[in-house]
Design a protein around this ligand. Structure first.
Ligand code: PPE
Length: 308
């Protein structure tokens, strides 16, 4: 990974190498952490964090699901995000806040463990590759099913649940594919290992509903709004596996992955990225890079030096 200089930890900036937790931290043993992935983009007015408020709200909801109090108010975390970007001299970057059960208690009852909060930021280019963004990637349906909603709630972005994605990712990587698609316990399409998924057919967008064991993706919500703005119909419904093969276009969305076309699924070619994927991808980057004034409210600009 591309290291930066400073990480915000429990209220102060520390050197990158000093942002440590104890090896007996609860979060490390039991996956009891919640986190966010956020991106900032370089704009004409400096770095702008995309939908920061929405990400911090989701972080609070994720923590609340696990009865974990976040020991800092949202406004302080918002300032901390800007502080980390500024302290590291970053423009376009990926931001990773994490709230974890810390050191002090062992065993599964976690409520007495302290809660630690850290925010790191670093340069992270195209998650699925620049070439992937341009030409699409090859994906395969994993044999591992997405964790059911009554096993671990998909709506909370918790560390432990990613073991499921990691199994799917390794399996499909070893098979020679660039991304895994997971079906849920009912056998319908859920999502990618770290992305939501959209299918385009006859000019309409279809995406799995929240109850199908997916994360309530912020990029998903963004794309749904941009699609509506483009006059495109978006339907949330169960998607059968074979519908992926019959689709006109398929793409995935995520903070890390952005809007990335798939060009092949289970060795069924989908062809080069289609016009609707392209249009939404172009709109997405125009919005995140501050080139679309109508969606400027999604950009959280660093406070100016004078105001800080
Ligand atoms: N589903 C899953 C399972 C998921 O992990 C993500 C984000 C999404 C959907 C998209 O959510 P959103 O970012 O709000 O649009 N995955 C994060 C972690 C990726 C990683 O490798 O780490 C991300 O994109 O930051």
């Amino acid at each position: 990974m591309q290291e930066a200089e400073k990480i915000w930890m429990n209220g102060a900036l520390v050197d990158w190498a000093d942002a440590r937790v104890h090896v007996l931290s609860h979060g490390l043993h039991y996956g009891s952490s919640v986190f966010e992935g956020i991106r900032a983009y370089a704009t004409d007015r400096g770095a702008a964090v995309f939908r920061l408020e929405d990400h911090l709200a989701r972080l609070e909801r994720s923590a609340a699901t696990y009865y974990m109090p976040v020991p800092f108010p949202r406004e302080e975390l918002r300032r901390a995000v800007h502080q980390v970007i500024a302290a590291n001299g970053l423009g376009s970057c990926y931001i990773r806040p994490i709230v974890l059960r810390g050191y002090g208690v062992m065993g599964l009852f976690p409520l007495e463990a302290p809660v630690d909060v850290a925010i790191a930021a670093w340069e992270w280019g195209a998650y699925l590759g620049e070439e992937g963004l341009r030409s699409g990637i090859r994906a395969k349906v994993a044999s591992w099913r997405r964790i059911g909603n009554n096993t671990i709630p998909a709506t909370a972005k918790a560390g432990g649940q990613y073991l499921n994605s990691i199994l799917a990712k390794i399996e499909t990587h070893k098979a020679g594919y660039e991304e895994a698609i997971l079906l849920n316990e009912q056998g319908y399409v859920a999502d990618g290992s770290g992305e939501n998924i959209f299918v385009v057919r006859d000019g309409r967008l279809v995406t799995p509903p929240l109850q199908s064991s997916i994360l309530e993706g912020i990029t998903r919500a963004t794309v749904m709004e941009l699609a509506a703005d483009e006059g495109l119909e978006v339907v949330e419904r169960d998607i059968a596996r074979a519908e992926l093969y019959a689709a006109d276009e398929v793409f995935v969305t995520g903070t890390a992955a952005e809007v990335c076309p798939l060009n092949e699924i289970d060795d069924h070619p989908l062809g080069p990225p289609g016009p609707i994927t392209r249009r939404l991808q172009d709109r997405f980057f125009a919005v995140t890079e501050g080139r679309d004034p109508r969606f400027a409210h999604w950009l959280d600009h660093a406070p100016s030096a004078a105001a800080a």
